[in-house]
Design a protein around this ligand. Structure first.
Ligand code: ADP
Ligand code: MG
Length: 337
């Protein structure tokens, strides 16, 4: 009996550890992309069920293609003030703040221009310069007004918001918050190209996040991270070609044309998914020089930039945690200062 007690205790401890670290996974299709969710521990399964419900609810709420979405209620408001959910209010508030901080490189009212190119709707074509000039008259996030005290917002007639550039980042933030409340301490979610990590792996080691290469269908490199969002925007993600020209889905609100800034991909690493998502798009629009200025002035995030002449630039905080894959080990890599 004396011998048995320590054995039982050891077994209980062992089982306890095993269930602590139990891996739960789910894959769902939402927001036009594949999402994989992984959560560890005894609360994992419940947390994943809740996460899926939350994602589906956000998808229905934010979607531009679903007629009954909250986004379409705003877009159909004919300039009248509309009462919106707390979730929408916060998303719009952050969209406007990101527009302000990036000098309008991120503009959630770019919708009619994005539609004209077919990046919403799928009817790809190159619009005429005059058509773009006319549509740009309807683009200006500064004309959105948000009244946080009364949960209302308004948008001038003929303008339309869409959140393709930040919805996944915002969703990731809400999912991670929910997972934390459910008691999960170790989780990783991949929402399309957005990766968000909670804590570390159950064994205490860092997560390895593989970054898609802008040059092919393989990986550019790996990042070792904990507790952050890693978001990449690249021209290669969605584009069409016409008469030898490539037109991609990241558009410069200053011109209405796909942003040809010399960058082919931008990865942002930071605490907030929505910031990482917004900045990955906006800094892609800005180009390397302005993006580095932005980083110097604002800070609060790390970044990896890849240029169209095959150079890689990383911010100092990623030195040591970012490794180029073998196939790309020869690319010139600069740590910016
Ligand atoms: P992905 O959705 O592929 O991860 P992004 O986060 O970079 O890529 O978002 C690109 C999407 O955002 C486009 O498909 C388009 O709907 C929208 N978009 C493109 N350019 C801008 C911009 N400058 N500001 C706001 N939204 C944009
Ligand atoms: Mg983005």
């Amino acid at each position: 009996m004396k011998k048995l007690i320590p054995c039982i205790l050891a077994l209980v401890l062992l089982l306890g550890c095993a269930s602590q670290e139990q891996k739960h996974t789910a894959t769902i299709l939402a927001m036009d992309t594949v999402m994989t969710l992984t959560a560890y521990g005894s609360q994992g399964e419940t947390a994943l069920t809740q996460a899926q419900q939350l994602i589906n609810q956000l998808d229905a709420q934010l979607s531009l293609t679903r007629e009954d979405s909250e986004t379409n209620a705003i877009n159909g408001s004919n300039g009248e003030s509309v009462t919106v959910s707390a979730t929408m209010l916060e998303l719009v508030r952050q969209s406007v703040a990101l527009g302000d901080s990036t000098g309008g490189a991120l503009d959630v009212t770019l919708t009619p221009v994005i539609q004209a190119w077919g990046f919403i709707g799928g009817d790809y074509r190159v619009p005429e310069p005059q058509e773009l000039a006319d549509l740009l008259e309807r683009v200006d996030y500064q004309k959105i007004s948000v009244d946080t005290a009364n949960n209302t917002m308004s948008l001038p007639e003929n303008m339309a918001v869409s959140f393709g550039a930040i919805a996944k980042g915002y969703t990731g933030d809400l999912v991670m918050e929910q997972m934390k409340s459910a008691g999960v301490t170790s989780a990783i979610v991949t929402l399309g190209g957005n990766v968000q990590a909670l804590g570390r792996k159950p064994d205490g080691s860092l997560w390895n996040v593989a970054l898609q290469s802008p040059f092919g269908s393989d990986y550019l490199g790996t990042l070792e991270v904990e507790d952050v969002a890693v978001v990449t925007s690249g021209g290669y993600e969605r584009y069409f070609q016409q008469e030898g020209e490539t037109y991609w889905h990241i558009i410069d609100p200053a011109t209405g044309y796909p942003a040809k800034s010399g960058l082919v991909s931008v990865t942002i690493v930071c605490d907030s998914g929505i910031t990482a998502d917004g900045l990955s798009t906006a800094l892609f629009v800005m180009g390397l020089e302005d993006a580095l200025d932005y980083w110097c002035t604002n800070g609060g995030f790390e970044a990896i930039f890849v240029t169209d002449d095959n150079k890689v630039y990383i911010t100092p905080g990623l030195e040591g945690s970012f490794t180029l894959e073998k196939a790309y080990a020869d690319l010139p890599l600069t740590v910016v200062e």
